[in-house]
Write a protein that binds this ligand. Sequence first.
Ligand code: PGA
Length: 244
Amino acid sequence: MSRRKLVAGNWKMNGLVASLAEFDRISAGAAAVSGADALICPPATLIAALAGRGLALGGQDCHAKPSGAHTGDLSAEMLRDAGASAVVLGHSERRADHGETDAQVRAKAEAAKRAGLLAIVCVGETLEQREAGQAVAVVGSQLAGSLPEGATAAEVVVAYEPVWAIGTGRAATPEDVREIHAALRAALVGRFGAEGENFRILYGGSVKPANAAELFAVPNVDGALVGGASLTAAEFLPILQAAA
Ligand code: PGA
């Protein structure tokens, strides 16, 4: 089974108009890499300004509804209209900061499909859950609750992001990643049959140029969701090259 790798950068709450030059450096470097897909998810305020500058763009969240009285929220249709082709959903920071539930993430994934956006659906256990031996059960339950019925690999990408590895400089070991990605693959095949083999499963959490190649060599790792190291071309491009 060959799945084309995806390296998605998540800028989180970072990026001003002054960041356009760095984006252009990332975009120019990514254009020279043909063996893997690249995507940057800037803050939504920059999507329209970055659209058409070469690199695919994603949002970092969306509302489940297409429009309406929801002050401060953005719909999947708005992200699409601004120039996005994807959206990160259910990131652990959204789950922690805004109490997002699996059911809400699933409704957002349905909205992404409605708007024609690729949904990057995140799952991941906390350190406490890992230490209690619950990592596989937690991510399995998040996956089951967060993916829409009848989801396809063309519409949804899964991202495994252990909470304890995000922004800590402490990536999961290849062995930890192998175990979880194998469990996620088995769950996808169990639910979606042969189509389950086609879903890309990204790893996220302190992915850097120095550890990207060993993480990409793990079975069922089909790319990365990169936070801090996606902010500069100097760090993002070697990760993308390692995936190609
Ligand atoms: P990090 O973030 O690469 O800075 O650890 C990953 C993420 O939260 O997507």
